[in-house]
Design a protein around this ligand. Structure first.
Ligand SMILES: [Mg+2]
Length: 267
């Protein structure tokens, strides 16, 4: 997938987005593409990746079954979807293991470098910041708040609440896996667009998972930006997914640059 080797380069995008030619033309004449909202994944995007997903899958599936399923799905295992067909007792045990790994992840929670700066930039585009801050968080005088950015995670609400409280950066709506169906289904992203009263092609989905975040964004008809810090998506394992993000970046600082140079952020 040679196009994934590029960073911050707009890829071919299906309608209703601007064609590649029109996008390039727009950029060359400094007419930027309108964007009214940004939706982020949480784990590995807004936070430093700390959940050991491979170990989690092995603990849930057992070593042998893990290897078998991994071989059949080299681009990644959808553990939540997989256990849905299990018996209630098996599901309960699997969920306990998953929750244990997620609990450990919360104990090690770290904000992703560039997240606060990026959210500050998004907030700088919106005048209503202070009023909403006071209304929503009366006990906190300084809380970064915006309805310009949303969050969709397959983690639990408790993890989202912890992120909001610890880093004092609030996403709204913030949909956790209690919202069904979860990513890669487009439903949570379409729900956010509906809440914001914007069209999906006026929104960008940013995340570190091709099969969850980019798939969710593309199915909804939004712009997609894949965060690939370590170049893992250059592997041939991902070609079978046939998912091409509109943009690929290696850091949130690059998302910031992308938004500034390519898009016109509007309320
Ligand atoms: Mg992620």
């Amino acid at each position: 997938m040679p196009s994934l080797l590029f960073k911050c380069i707009p890829f071919i995008h299906p309608k209703p987005h601007p064609s590649p030619l029109s996008l390039v033309t727009a950029m060359s004449t400094k007419t930027k593409t309108r964007l009214r909202g940004v939706v982020f994944d949480m784990d590995g995007t807004l936070t430093v990746p700390v959940i050991d997903f491979s170990s989690m899958y092995k603990a849930v599936l057992g070593e042998t079954e893990y290897r078998r399923i991994r071989q059949e799905n080299p681009s990644g295992i959808d553990i939540l979807h997989l256990i849905e067909s299990w018996s209630p007792d098996e599901q309960r045990k699997a969920n306990e293991i998953i929750l244990d790994f997620e609990r450990l992840g919360r104990e090690r929670l770290q904000i992703m470098p560039g997240a606060a700066e990026l959210c500050g930039f998004l907030d700088s585009k919106k005048i209503r910041f202070a009023t909403e801050c006071v209304l929503a968080w009366s006990i906190r005088e300084v809380m970064i708040w915006s309805d310009r950015r949303g969050l969709i995670t397959r983690n639990v609400k408790e993890a989202v609440d912890l992120y909001h409280q610890r880093f004092e950066i609030v996403f709204s709506p913030a949909l956790s896996r209690e919202f069904r169906p979860y990513k890669p289904d487009p439903a949570p992203l379409l729900h956010i667009c509906s809440t914001w009263d914007v069209q999906p092609n006026e929104v960008m989905m940013v995340g570190d998972s091709l099969k969850d975040d980019v798939a969710c964004g593309k199915r909804a008809g939004a712009f997609t930006c894949l965060l690939d810090e370590k170049g893992r998506y250059c592997s041939a394992d991902f070609t079978e997914l046939d998912l091409e993000p509109d943009f690929k970046v290696a850091s949130l600082a690059e998302v910031h640059s992308l938004l500034e140079t390519t898009f016109d952020l509007m309320p």
